[in-house]
Design a binder for this molecule. Structure first.
Ligand SMILES: Cc1cc2nc3c(=O)[nH]c(=O)nc-3n(C[C@H](O)[C@H](O)[C@H](O)COP(=O)(O)OP(=O)(O)OC[C@H]3O[C@@H](n4cnc5c(N)ncnc54)[C@H](O)[C@@H]3O)c2cc1C
Length: 410
């Protein structure tokens, strides 16, 4: 939608009489956008460009030109044009003031109408071919559309019910592009420990979670961890899954550790547990920073349930302190791609020019959004990247059309 908007604005600025058409396979726009942020749409983040780039890991640098052309302040201004105000919450997360993702979709729809962009609904793209500088797009049961430039923004492969079924990867592969391995991103993780299911629904605030493969730390995230039926989830774990899912896919054994008191050193914790000395006191101690259910379950896991005020051996006290600083969990898997928040992997960034989002393999083709091999932690970064790359792609597609029209006049 952002690609279409910026293309239309740009064509107008060039006084070009070309038109912009959105091809959408659904009967409505923005079905995925409408369910983001638990229905509230965490649209972007108040953090700096550098922090955004960091949120995407090593490939984040690819996004500098996109963020330069359209960043969070531009997004705020754009929605203001449509009468939708945004607000910033904890962690810099930006939402619409109405807390309704559907209002975001409506605002974008309104802007498309204002810019004179047409939308063809129930128009699933099945083929895309270039011939002598023009593009022919084949639609399922609806014939063909011809155009001068194309922006592909068909999204990833998660939540296929929203329309993002991964069609774009195949269409681009046909044009010579290479999708990098597709994996679930921002997903809960499964663990072998059966006792976790007893605690399903328990939330641990302000803890840290680490993922290890042998002696190598894959990643560490701090924040909220939610215990689920099959393991652990919550924002910190979803972000951690970006590192864990590839390791699991490679067949590596991943061990997770939850640090229940990241603000204390191991020595400080050992000291406090030693001062407790017995099970009753340890229960009082851990109940200060853990939900009661979790504290009681851990007493069982540590093998000290019902030991009352009997002094515990030093070895047991040390083991309890170690566990507070790192409850060990064996990771057995991740939720599947279909129920992932994002798709990890996608069209290789080496095949796309970051300054225009233009394909390096097919002139007149531009690629934007989750279709690309870009993935960030939670916090509104993924939507902003989709908006920014879409905006840049749309503008450069319009420039390409205007330039090729001028060239043909010469
Ligand atoms: C439950 C959930 C919650 C999320 N919450 C957040 C959040 O709060 N903040 C955040 O930053 N990110 C969030 N995300 C991630 C974010 O939604 C995506 O990264 C973003 O929507 C990607 O945008 P996109 O335009 O690239 O693709 P999409 O939003 O997936 O849009 C692609 C569009 O292309 C259409 N399409 C696909 N194939 C074809 C075809 N062959 N022909 C025609 N049309 C086609 C689809 O119908 C769809 O409308 C969430 C994702 C999910 C699943």
């Amino acid at each position: 939608m952002l690609a279409a908007l910026s293309a239309a604005k740009c064509l107008k600025a060039f006084d070009h009489d070309g038109s912009v058409l959105v091809l959408e396979r659904n009967r409505v726009l923005g079905r995925k956008l409408a369910i983001t942020g638990k229905g509230r749409a965490n649209l972007t983040n108040a953090r700096s460009v550098d922090e955004f780039v960091q949120a995407f890991g090593p490939s984040g640098r690819f996004l500098y030109p996109s963020f330069e052309s359209f960043f969070s302040d531009d997004l705020v201004a754009l929605f203001a044009e449509a009468g939708l105000q945004l607000k910033t919450e904890r962690g810099g997360r930006v939402f619409p003031v109405t807390d309704k993702a559907q209002d975001v979709v409506q605002a974008l729809g309104l802007l498309l109408v204002r810019e004179g962009v047409s939308v063809l609904y129930s128009a699933r793209v099945k083929s895309i071919n270039a011939r002598s500088g023009d593009w022919t797009i084949g639609l399922e049961s609806r014939g063909f559309v011809h155009c001068r430039a194309v922006v592909m923004a068909t999204g990833g492969k998660s939540y296929p019910g929203t329309g993002s079924t991964g069609d774009g990867y195949g269409l681009l592969e046909h044009l010579g592009h290479h999708p990098c391995r597709l994996l679930p991103g921002l997903v809960p993780l499964h663990c072998a420990e059966k006792w976790l299911s007893e605690l399903a629904g328990t939330s641990l605030e302000g803890v840290a979670v680490e993922a290890w493969v042998g002696p190598h730390l894959l990643d560490r995230r701090q924040g909220e961890v939610m215990i689920t039926d099959r393991g652990i989830g919550g924002p910190a774990v979803l972000s951690l899954s970006l590192a864990v899912a590839p390791a699991l896919a490679d067949g590596q054994t991943v061990i997770l550790y939850i640090d229940l008191r990241p603000g204390r050193t191991s020595d400080q914790e050992l000291h406090e547990i030693e001062a407790c000395g017995n099970a009753d006191e340890i229960l009082v101690h851990v109940s200060r920073f853990l939900p009661k259910r979790m504290a009681l379950e851990l007493m069982r896991v540590w093998g000290i349930e019902g030991k009352g005020r009997i002094p515990l051996p030093q070895k047991t006290l040390a083991a309890v302190a170690r566990s507070v600083k790192g409850v060990k969990l064996r990771c057995t898997g991740a939720e599947p791609l279909a129920s992932a928040v994002i798709t990890q992997g996608g069209i290789s960034l080496r095949e796309v020019d970051p300054r225009s989002m233009g394909s390096k393999l097919a002139p007149g083709l531009f690629i934007a959004g989750e279709l690309l091999d870009l993935q960030a932690i939670t916090g509104g970064y993924n939507l902003q990247a989709a908006f920014s790359t879409g905006f840049l792609a749309g503008r450069c597609a319009a420039e390409y059309v205007a330039k090729s029209a001028n060239d043909s006049k010469l």
